[in-house]
Design a protein around this ligand. Structure first.
Ligand code: SAH
Length: 215
């Protein structure tokens, strides 16, 4: 029984850190959507990062996950998720670049049918294991180049200079693309929706993402 105490102490410290992340980084910056808040308050983000420093998981920054990739900053995950939060439960989402699987977990928790693509097999494998342990497995996660897309789509977690044409072609009438667009040091988080034959673009904010790689 005694050996359980340090674990419980550590656990409550992580829960506290998660609460602070939500109030100081997410709600304080204007994200109030209930589906996003409940997903991010219930999902143990520390399980998706390097186990050596779980408390860092709740810091206001992106973190290294190996293979030159990062888990996105909590606020950016919240923002991208909130841009999709008006889509009804059960909507099909294509996520490009699952990485740690944390954004995948948030979207699955929000009730979406998530199809994810990840280029690096080891990251995909690890993400799938954690997601399954958490009961948050996506509908599918394929190992492949997301620049080609899949039948439907959504947030892209890696930047590119312009939207791959396949993503726009595959976007459904009521669908939304959320993606970071731009060069190495400056990108803008862009939301795109189809309006008749036009693509409506809404520019949200400056972001910094790792690049979309060629598969
Ligand atoms: N949402 C993830 C972010 C991961 S970083 C998280 O928060 O953990 C970007 C991810 O995109 C990396 O895992 C990288 O391997 C993946 N990636 C880069 N180019 C890709 C491509 N062309 N197709 C699929 N995945 C890609």
């Amino acid at each position: 029984m005694g050996s359980d105490i340090p674990h419980e102490v550590a656990h409550s410290a992580l829960e506290k850190a998660r609460g602070a992340m939500l109030s100081k980084q997410i709600e304080a910056r204007g994200i109030t959507n209930e589906r996003v808040i409940s997903a991010m308050s219930e999902i143990p983000r520390h399980l998706f990062v390097n186990p050596d420093d779980p408390a860092q998981a709740y810091a206001d920054k992106a973190l290294d996950i190996g293979f030159n990739q990062t888990i996105s900053q909590p606020y950016i995950v919240a923002l991208m998720s909130s841009l999709l939060a008006d889509l009804p439960v059960g909507s099909r989402i294509l996520e490009i670049g699952a990485g740690s699987g944390y954004q995948t977990a948030v979207l699955v928790h929000m009730g979406f049918e998530v199809h994810s693509m990840e280029l690096i097999p080891q990251l995909r494998q690890k993400a799938l294991e954690i997601l399954s342990e958490q009961g948050l497995s996506p509908a599918s996660m394929v190992n492949g180049d997301g620049r080609r897309g899949m039948p439907e789509k959504a947030p892209s977690a890696a930047r590119s200079r312009r939207l791959p044409r396949s993503w726009v072609n595959q976007l459904s009438e009521a669908g939304i693309i959320v993606a970071p667009l731009g060069g190495r040091f400056r990108q803008r988080l862009i939301e795109c929706r189809k309006e008749g034959s036009k693509l409506l673009r809404i520019d949200h904010c400056e972001v910094r993402f790792v690049p979309l790689l060629r598969g």
